[in-house]
Design a protein around this ligand. Structure first.
Ligand SMILES: Nc1ncnc2c1ncn2[C@@H]1O[C@H](COP(=O)(O)OP(=O)(O)OP(=O)(O)O)[C@@H](O)[C@H]1O
Ligand SMILES: [Mg+2]
Length: 257
């Protein structure tokens, strides 16, 4: 089967420094692919190159058989790339319902089609239905994450890109208290959130219509949900394969801090 998304020797620069050093990666329809690696190795930068937020200096990105690396981000979104950035990105002053409607408006869906799309999101994330009139900003981190994913799904993407969906806490705070919070996350704080996201990823996978590219540092989550993985180090992919090849040795060498 030909790839839905493929990156060939992609290089990007930020302020004169080369951040991606020839990234090769593929995602096929119906597949969940985990993009892994330690902090600062270029995972988010890879996603930003795919979505068009960051220009590519050299190499090629194709989606659905078309070159997309020269297209602006909105054209890539219309082509079927849904993106949930790291740190969620919901509208805090709009209600849950209004946030979801943004997704519907982007896709131009109305009436019965809109209701069916919303029902799919409520089935995946029941908590959203209970909180429709709440402001996005008062939801917990994990609920905001679900809202961001739900909104992205309402644009009906062929490829859903998630940057650290189990990260239930503000990245800036994580940086400040790093290890302590990581530990809390492993001990359950993030796990509660990730359970819902994990179930949703599995549900979407079972539907088989969508591809998911997931940046995730939580190894168990990847082993549970993903079909294949790529591990990056210093701006390039260093190991990849079926998820069964994500052995403890690979984790130790390329992923553990
Ligand atoms: N706007 C920027 N200006 C300068 N350097 C940047 C910028 N954005 C990213 N970088 C650098 O690019 C490298 C890759 O960053 P990136 O955000 O892609 O890492 P990451 O793998 O997503 O890390 P994390 O796990 O912490 O999210 C890092 O060394 C980072 O310092
Ligand atoms: Mg990142």
């Amino acid at each position: 089967m030909s790839a839905l998304l493929s990156l060939n020797s992609v290089e990007t620069y930020i302020g004169g420094s080369r951040i991606l050093r020839g990234v090769d990666l593929e995602v096929r329809t119906g597949e969940v692919v985990a993009l892994m690696g330690r902090n600062g190795v270029g995972k988010t930068t890879t996603l930003r190159a795919i979505t068009g937020v960051l220009p590519v200096r050299s190499g090629a990105i194709t989606f659905g058989g078309q070159r997309i690396d020269a297209l602006p981000p909105d054209a890539r979104a219309r082509a079927g790339i849904g993106y949930v950035p790291q740190g969620r990105d919901i509208f805090p002053h709009l209600t849950v319902e209004e946030n979801l409607h943004v997704g519907l408006v982007v896709h131009g869906r109305r009436g019965a089609a809109a209701r069916a799309a919303l029902d799919r999101v409520y089935t995946l994330f029941p908590v959203l239905k209970e909180m429709l009139s709440r402001k996005g900003g008062v939801l917990s981190g994990g609920q905001q994450q679900q809202l961001a994913i739900g909104r992205a799904l309402l644009t009906d993407p062929k490829l859903l890109i998630l940057d650290e969906p189990t990260e239930g806490i503000q990245p800036s705070i994580i940086e400040q208290i790093g290890d302590t919070l990581k530990k809390l996350k492993d001990e359950g704080l993030g796990h509660n959130y990730s359970q819902e996201v994990q179930n949703a990823v599995k549900g979407l996978k079972a539907e088989g219509k969508l591809a998911i590219l997931l940046v995730e540092q939580f190894v168990d989550f990847c082993r549970d949900c993903a079909d294949r993985f790529y591990a990056m180090d210093r701006g390039a992919v260093v190991v990849s394969g079926p998820i069964a090849a994500l052995t403890d040795e690979v984790v130790k060498e390329h992923l553990q801090v």
